[in-house]
Write a protein that binds this ligand. Structure first.
Ligand code: ADP
Ligand code: MG
Length: 224
């Protein structure tokens, strides 16, 4: 059966974040230190080991970059945005990745969407993160459906995939910093999404069924 998950208040995560960050950075550092020590002696597999070290550095860099975006209170530019336009631009941005994965992205906009007062950069970031997850979860030949409509003074953006889904007992971990099931994942994407949507006084909820797919509902308040 399909399990539904709503994030109530998992946003107070500073301690968790610090512990996770320490862990995430210490592992690659340990590996770097080991290889550097080896090199100090003399290392016959130098090129290979340098490649590993470079990828560890890249990984730390991407974690730090994501965290910087998260922690640095950037001056927010709130203005009226057409959500349809933002969605189309994000689909455009990820089109190459979707095509490479053999995934089709469809979008349906019902009626005239009211403009939404929001930070364009932040809301695009949310759409990018959610759509990326959907693409990554979807097997070759699969499809992703994006639907947007107005409902009771809220704008609903629904992103539905037919991908691998999420096991029921993992649903509560979504949005937890560094929770990832991917080899190259950072586990920071959904945390950022929850934070941004919360800052916009909206709501993000996820329901999923294993091997059937995942639906992410993003609701944003309509104001005049
Ligand atoms: P990352 O993508 O770096 O792993 P996220 O915070 O974006 O970090 O996602 C955390 C985890 O949630 C993913 O590793 C994956 O296990 C799960 N997840 C998120 N979105 C989906 C989805 N659409 N389908 C299946 N699993 C998902
Ligand atoms: Mg992600």
């Amino acid at each position: 059966s399909e399990e539904f998950f709503r994030k109530a208040d998992k946003l107070n995560v500073v301690g968790q974040l610090a512990a996770g960050l320490a862990h995430e950075i210490r592992n690659p550092l340990t590996s770097l230190k080991g290889f550097l020590q080896l090199m100090k002696e003399s290392d016959k597999r130098r090129v290979e080991h340098c490649e590993i070290m470079l990828s560890e550095v890249d990984r730390m860099n991407s974690i730090i970059n994501e965290l910087l975006i998260f922690s640095k209170p950037q001056p927010k530019v709130l203005k009226r945005n057409d959500i349809g336009t933002l969605l189309y631009s994000v689909i455009n941005l990820l089109e190459a990745q979707a095509t490479m994965n053999g995934v089709q992205v469809y979008i349906e906009i019902h009626g005239d969407l009211p403009p939404i007062c929001c930070s364009e950069v932040d809301i695009k970031q949310v759409f990018v993160n959610v759509l990326k997850n959907a693409i990554e979860a979807t097997p070759n030949g699969g499809k992703i459906q994006i639907v947007a409509f107005e409902q009771l003074n809220e704008l609903m953006i629904r992103i539905k995939d037919e991908g691998v889904g999420i096991p029921t007992d993992s649903l509560h971990r979504l949005g937890e910093p560094f929770y990832t099931t991917k080899e190259q994942g950072t586990g920071l994407g959904l945390m950022m999404c929850y934070k941004i949507i919360h800052d916009h006084k909206g709501n993000l909820s996820i329901r999923s069924a294993l091997n059937q797919g995942t639906t992410v509902d993003i609701e944003l308040p309509v104001t005049d």
